[in-house]
Design a protein around this ligand. Sequence first.
Ligand code: SAH
Ligand code: SF4
Length: 346
Amino acid sequence: MENKKLVDALNDNGVLAREEFIQLIMSFNDNDLSYVQALARSISQKYFGNRIYTRGLIEISSYCKNDCYYCGLRRGNKNAQRYRLSKDDILSCCESGYALGFRTFVLQGGEDNYYSDEIITDIISSIKKKYSDCAVTLSLGEKNKSTYQKYFQAGADRYLLRHETADETHYGKLHPENMSLSNRKQCLYNLKEIGFQTGCGIMVGSPYQTAENIADDMLFMKELQPHMVGIGPFIPHKDTPFRDMPAGSFRLTLFLLSLIRIMLKNVLLPATTALGTINKNGREQGILSGANVVMPNLSPISVRKKYMLYDNKICTGEESAECKACLENRIKSIGYQLVTDRGDYK
Ligand code: SAH
Ligand code: SF4
């Protein structure tokens, strides 16, 4: 079938066969890209209008016990600068974020065992007590179901855990042996079952990724029915085993953002910092491809350069207010507006 027909079928049926996804991913041309972008944009317009949700990202720790081959925070990176934010640090990020209009705070970090269940639940409940009209999103990696349950009971609303790849063999090329795709997926099912608005996702163009892998990622997203999907290009980090690997394709990232919007209609879909890092108008282009969320950095300026997942990450030198104002202008320039809204999944 012709590519545009496949896209229409995806729009009508909410899914394609694996072979059809593979064909689209391998053969799309510039016309096909414009076609999916326009369709994806009309779907996000229908659900969200020209309103873009914003989440304040607080990077709470650069310590990580894991050794993912792609990530600058991996424990094997001896050059990484490590820091941890205290509860007070985090609350003061929320305070400035609240004043700037953020109604979702995302606490993200490496898998850092310093933060016991007690410490995290205390932080969550303190934020929720002070800012009862705000949502708390966590992105702290793989934990036991009982830990996720405690986080939820303390008031956390959402959890982001990219599955990274839905293919077992590919997963094994990105992670050391002590990590497994089955555990990653189990975590996602547990999070959903507990009641979190749950997000999965991938890096586009991660080393050894094939079109078949991406097709399987699309099918996994269809099966999981996530509330959020985080995708951005892989970008090499100079102190990791993947230092010499090429970055993911900007064009393919935009194409996939659109396909995800067309498949999952009302999903919460961020235009990521990584997308803004590989292209100076990356986040705007992401929105024009169907994304409806941005996640500016609220971390204290003193730690920004220490949370380096990949090289050349943007927004590591500006104050939160500057980041917000810069994004606001960028979003306005393409006819959209940032809104002060929790932006829950509906
Ligand atoms: N430790 C948590 C959260 C922090 S990492 C976790 O792993 O879930 C958040 C995301 O950053 C990861 O899911 C991964 O997809 C992305 N990431 C890590 N290294 C990257 C790189 N080199 N390029 C692009 N994205 C990267
Ligand atoms: Fe740690 Fe997450 Fe980086 Fe893996 S991707 S090394 S879990 S911070």
